[in-house]
Design a protein around this ligand. Sequence first.
Ligand SMILES: NC(=O)C1=CN([C@@H]2O[C@H](COP(=O)(O)OP(=O)(O)OC[C@H]3O[C@@H](n4cnc5c(N)ncnc54)[C@H](O)[C@@H]3O)[C@@H](O)[C@H]2O)C=CC1
Ligand SMILES: C[N+](C)(C)CC(=O)CC(=O)[O-]
Length: 332
Amino acid sequence: MPSATPPVPAPCAPEDVRRVGCVGAGVIGGGWAAHFLARGYDVTAWDPAPDAEARLRRLVAAAWPALEQLGLAEGASQDRLTVTGSLEEAVAGAEFVQESAPEKLELKRDLLARLDAAAPAGAVIASSTSGYPMTDMQTGTPGAARLVVGHPFNPPYLIPLVEVVGGELTAPAAVEWASRFYEVAGKSVITMDREVPGFIANRLQEALWREALHMVANGEATVREIDASITEGPGLRWAVMGPMLTFALAGGEGGMAHMLDHFGPSLKSPWTRLAAPELDRALYEAVVAGCDEAAAGRTIADLVAERDRGVIDVLRATGRLPGTAATGEAAR
Ligand SMILES: NC(=O)C1=CN([C@@H]2O[C@H](COP(=O)(O)OP(=O)(O)OC[C@H]3O[C@@H](n4cnc5c(N)ncnc54)[C@H](O)[C@@H]3O)[C@@H](O)[C@H]2O)C=CC1
Ligand SMILES: C[N+](C)(C)CC(=O)CC(=O)[O-]
């Protein structure tokens, strides 16, 4: 990946970051704020919505019991969250900035340019985008060299993975710095050496999601059946081993080689429908109604608490919580 602009020295080493600026404080920005607070950072956040501060503080308070179970860093406190009245105040003293604004390309472009103008020289600015290539977002920003994608998973305070990748104008040093910072901040990092549509995990997730929507649209499966097919089936294995090693075990003692000899030809079976279904009103309503039915009276807050408890149980069971024994590759 060529770097057009020489890297500006970062204001400090990743290990010395004290303050993180979170811009955009919805589901993901709020989740990031909760994560950074739990890791002992000062967090300054800004979001233009009139109710943003109350919403953010509610989100952090709701996440805190889960974070206490995970183990708070020394000095970690919800009191170290400051919600500012402007974007400039939120990033002025930050050694790292995480942008989590709505997924709209023009909005991200403008916002990243404003963040570049306001953030301390050299501070790396990461976007939570779930799909835009940084190359498309960084055009027109003088400090494009310090812009990276840091793609999290919901909720960022529980799901360890973050995918880090730069754009054509990003300095490799900024990608390295961001990856190291996320590691120091307790994340599990995949650093990509090139831009791939959908990064890695979303590309995989979207393929599954596309097929699920086809099945709902065609009445082939209900929302409940689709969810159960994963939580009662492959999802249990995927928390321990990814789809590749899982399928290697499908080959028995012959491993992946036997698996490919045996099942490889079925790749050509017309099981998948690679083109996306039309997200028309009928499909939209079927998916929303199916989710309401599957929630069976549980509110979103109930489901968030249930998910958080479940993910913590899985992290504990697979040795990925501090103080639990590692049980396998997934735990390392
Ligand atoms: N929801 C998810 O599961 C995931 C979302 N993401 C990404 O995170 C980003 C944020 O998504 P969500 O948190 O889900 O959206 P959201 O709608 O929950 O939150 C977006 C927030 O941005 C604020 N906002 C609106 N205009 C803004 C501006 N000009 N500057 C700063 N903030 C602004 C809104 O008031 C809102 O609080 C998107 O890029 C999305 O693709 C990434 C991973 C997972
Ligand atoms: C739905 N989503 C595409 C925004 C999801 C993500 O980007 C990652 C996640 O949390 O699964």
